[in-house]
Design a protein around this ligand. Structure first.
Ligand code: ADP
Ligand code: MG
Length: 266
């Protein structure tokens, strides 16, 4: 009997659905990043450890030069750490070869940048469908999925528009739709409201909050404390080190704020 009890005591806890859902999507352990520049070596990240769980909405803050983009490039598999570990959805990223990494970037991660980065003279629908060209999706499936993705960001009626015919906020929503079209597990947004006025910024945060409410994990760099308050959790990088990691105390709800603002004239 005693042996059975010991065996029971030593059993790992059963994985519940809740536990499975809250597995870390991103697990970073003591990451360092050096940039070699001729004789000198710049120590950009100095031992960062971070766990981001499914459904998290993280705002990354910090002064210019603190290491935010370096960290985002590593999280986005665009660059590799010099030392330390990075597990994305349980996979050790440093052990994956370039082709697998490229597939992960395309299939598991979505990217949104400050400058929208849409292809000019290409319709909103074709911009959104672009990442599907690297998959096995048929033309019909590509159109269907891009159409669905545009609907998610509220731009069904602009699918035939060119980027030049859209406002900044609409272009950023097209970029978000493009980032979502492969149903990634993490959305990486580097200053997504950096080029937008404050009302439009809140509209974009409303889109991101709704996606996050539906389970999308978001990591967003921002300079602006007011934009960070739409996230659930704030970290601050200073001189390549993690200086702050805390939940957002008084979170903004973009949809509620938009209700209080006058309707803009077009
Ligand atoms: P942030 O995004 O917070 O402004 P970065 O991650 O871009 O900061 O930069 C962190 C530090 O690393 C800075 O000192 C920057 O000059 C340096 N750095 C960034 N990228 C490179 C690079 N490709 N080569 C050399 N140094 C770099
Ligand atoms: Mg930067």
């Amino acid at each position: 009997m005693a042996d059975i009890q010991t065996a029971l005591d030593n059993q790992p806890a059963a994985r519940t659905d809740e536990g499975a859902a809250r597995q870390p999507v991103i697990l970073i352990n003591e990451i360092h990043k050096y940039y070699e520049m001729g004789e000198t070596r710049l120590h950009a990240l100095r031992g960062i450890s971070l766990e981001i769980r499914s459904g998290d909405f993280l705002a990354v803050m910090g002064a210019s030069g603190s290491g935010k983009s370096t960290l985002m490039n590593i999280i986005g598999c665009l660059d590799r750490q010099s030392s330390g570990e990075y597990f994305l959805e349980g996979r050790d990223v440093s052990r994956l070869d370039r082709r697998v990494l490229a597939t992960i970037r395309n299939q598991r991660l979505g990217f949104v940048f400050q400058g929208f980065n849409l292809i000019p003279r290409t319709t909103a629908l074709d911009n959104v469908a672009l990442p599907l060209l690297y998959t096995h999706a048929t033309k019909e499936e590509r159109t269907q999925r891009a159409t669905n993705s545009l609907a998610v960001v509220g731009l069904s009626d602009r699918s035939a528009s060119l980027p030049s015919q859209l406002s900044g906020g609409q272009q950023q929503r097209v970029a978000i739709a493009r980032a979502l079209v492969n149903q990634p597990s993490v959305l990486i947004a580097d200053e997504p409201t950096g080029n937008l006025d404050s009302r439009t910024s809140i509209e974009i945060m409303s889109v991101l909050q709704e996606l996050n409410d539906n389970g999308l994990t978001i990591v967003m760099v921002t300079h602006e404390p007011d934009i960070a308050r739409f996230a659930k959790r704030i970290i601050e990088i200073r001189d390549g080190r993690l200086r702050r990691d805390e939940p957002v105390a008084e979170r903004f709800c973009a949809r509620e704020i938009l209700k209080t603002l006058p309707i803009p004239e077009d």
